[in-house]
Write a protein that binds this ligand. Structure first.
Ligand code: PLP
Length: 387
């Protein structure tokens, strides 16, 4: 696939999401790639088999390694992230745990930048059993510089993060890490590969769950890690093949179908979320509103430099944030459904506040693809319960 350097990022991404890497002649002309629903691949002679087994991970041998449907998805995701190689996994956590298990040794320290996705933090808590420690810090270069230790092996970033949509200075952190010989990885799920390309800012590895915007229809679970071949190849060899969280060909097909419409879906999520934020900003019961389009100070400069668009996930706080008031608000919603995850066509609302009024008092909304006026009307009814 050749792009001349003048091709804009958006045009190039659209080509990747639709036609790139597809070889219809190989599939009898079928416009949709076949689902290679097979566990193993056969060979005409023992000689050919023996030859292939010398370099098993470059050939179709067994679907816990390479599978053609999964490989098509991996090629597209690597290209979208401007990376050399991608490996797909059975879930986002599969990709995250394989990456950590491959890169980290006993005695290593991981620095988490911004509030990490809960299960990522729990994974690192588990890894204390193997002598891996972690600590947490904010997203500026200065904060990261103050928090790195002599044994820091990996700086693991979430930007934007998925509860408070906090941002980090990718260029600054990448540059600092390079001078210290520390690896950097980012969970890029919020922005999707369309709206943020961390590898182009010097980050070493970018990870996604496919279960959110990339799948886009709330009907699959999957994950991916993308980066230079020298980093992703060992993650494939150890973290993928030995831990075994392989993506199924069927889920890969669904993710490929999701990619077809990712650019237009993201455009609609963005249009809807900007209207919802405009509305929320007028509500006297809203005290704090969290979304990268509202970033101020140095975070605004990072957003400007790193993000080329806005996804539909936001959170906010309300006056007197008791469990009863938050539950009253959320239970009044009819178009917004109550559920974890996000990135599908449907709007969702959750809060982590507990009945004993502990836990964060944030209300998180995933703005879906519904008509925006129906979302605003739904919110309007819910806000009436707070007055
Ligand atoms: C959902 C999510 C994950 C985990 O992905 P799974 O596919 O559910 O394992 C990781 N990071 C972020 C930011 C997420 O929202």
């Amino acid at each position: 696939m050749a792009f001349d350097d003048n091709t804009s990022d958006a045009a190039r991404d659209s080509e990747i999401c639709t036609h790139a890497f597809e070889e219809h002649q190989r599939y009898e002309g079928a416009i949709a790639p076949p689902i290679y629903q097979t566990s193993l691949f056969t060979f005409p002679t023992l000689e050919r088999f023996t030859e292939v087994m010398r370099d098993e991970r470059s050939h179709f041998v067994y679907s816990r390694g390479l599978n053609p449907t999964v490989k098509l998805l991996e090629d597209k995701l690597a290209a979208l992230e401007r990376g050399e190689m991608a490996k797909a996994f059975a879930s986002g956590m599969g990709a995250i745990s394989a990456t950590m298990m491959t890169l980290l040794d006993q005695g290593d320290h991981v620095l988490l930048v911004n509030q990490a996705y809960g299960p990522t933090r729990q994974l690192l808590e588990q890894m204390a059993r193997f002598g891996v420690s972690f600590s947490e810090t904010g997203g500026s270069r200065g904060e990261v510089e103050a928090a790195v230790r002599d044994n820091t092996r990996l700086i693991y970033i979430e930007s934007p993060s998925s509860m408070r949509m906090a941002l980090a200075d990718l260029d600054g952190i990448a540059e600092l890490a390079r001078t210290r010989g520390i690896l950097t990885a980012i969970d890029n799920t919020w922005a999707t590969p369309l709206y943020q390309k961390p590898l182009t800012h010097g980050i070493d590895l970018t990870l996604h769950t496919l279960s959110k915007y990339i799948g886009g229809h709330s009907d699959l679970v999957g994950g991916v890690v993308v980066g230079r071949r020298e980093l992703v190849a060992p993650i494939f060899e150890h973290g993928h093949q030995l831990l075994g969280a392989a993506l199924s060909p069927h889920s890969a097909f669904l993710a490929l179908r999701g990619l077809r419409t990712l650019p237009i879906r993201m455009r609609q999520h963005q249009a809807n979320v900007l209207e919802v934020i405009r509305y929320l900003a007028t509500q006297p019961s809203v005290t704090g509103l969290h979304h990268p389009c509202l970033a101020t100070g140095e975070a605004a400069a990072w957003a400007e430099r790193q993000l080329s668009g806005h996804a539909g996930l936001l959170s906010f706080e309300i006056v007197d944030p008791s469990y009863v008031r938050i539950a009253g608000f959320i239970d009044t919603l009819r178009v917004f459904r109550i559920g974890v995850s996000w990135g599908g066509y449907e709007s969702l609302a959750i809060s982590q506040r507990q009945p004993d009024d502990t836990g964060p008092a944030l209300i998180r909304l995933a703005i879906g693809l519904e008509d925006v006026q129906s979302l605003l009307d739904d919110l309007e009814r819910a806000f009436r319960t707070l007055q």
